[in-house]
Design a protein around this ligand. Structure first.
Ligand code: ITT
Length: 194
């Protein structure tokens, strides 16, 4: 099947992520139609999210026609966990989960955490791979709070909305400030001009 040149595929198995990304595409009115493709990618345990993202992108490159992107995100507790779980985020969420992270922390007010996201785009018209990044800082919540979002959202309190966890925000509110929202903003800016 030949793909329309205005179609852009987002390769992800995470439906929550897709929904956040879809909402931003809808609002920004770019000429590209976004479609989700849940194709198995290979996630390596590299030192940086950017290298994980690049490997992930290359692992599906031969299976997809046209332009496409993947996104890799991580949750980092800088104080007191020295960046853990970071690149191990998926594994840690599946094993000890949010409760397990909370159990590792004593001083919640003194905690420092951030989310990072890297989007890797294969842009067919110029046959190039481009990266777009975003990051947001905050702290760890003492309790699991909120019904929205996914993953670590119920235990992350962003510095710019200090009384709410990410899981207590709407998709729109989260997109305006989040790591993913920032990376996507840059991707959308690029797409507008190309
Ligand atoms: P892909 O198919 O797109 O790879 P994934 O769920 O495996 O989806 P990542 O590897 O990028 O996504 O994410 C690593 C972990 O971090 C995973 O357990 C997510 O649930 C979690 N995570 C990613 N973005 C998040 C966000 O915005 N809020 C909360 N948790 C997030």
């Amino acid at each position: 099947m030949t793909q329309n040149e205005n179609t852009l595929s987002f390769i992800t198995g995470n439906k929550f992520k897709f929904r956040e990304v879809f909402e931003m595409f809808r609002k920004m009115k770019v000429k590209y139609d976004l479609i989700q493709k849940d194709i198995k990618t290979t996630e390596i345990q590299a030192e940086t999210l950017k290298n994980v993202a690049l490997f992930k992108l290359n692992s599906v490159r031969h299976k997809i026609e046209g332009s496409f992107f993947i996104e890799d995100a991580g949750f980092f507790v800088d104080i007191p966990l020295k960046g853990f779980p970071g690149i191990y985020s998926s594994y840690v969420l599946k094993t000890i989960g949010n409760k397990g992270i909370i159990d590792l922390i004593n001083d919640f007010d003194g905690s420092v955490a951030h989310f990072s996201a890297v989007i890797a785009l294969y842009f067919n018209p110029i046959d190039k791979i481009l990266f777009f990044e975003g990051m947001i800082e905050g702290k760890v919540s003492e309790t699991i709070r909120g019904k929205g979002g996914f993953g670590f959202d119920p235990i992350f309190i962003p510095n710019i909305i200090p009384n709410k966890t990410f899981a207590e925000l709407s998709i729109d509110q989260k997109n305006k400030i989040s790591h993913r929202g920032q990376a996507l903003g840059k991707l959308l800016e690029f797409l507008k001009n190309n």
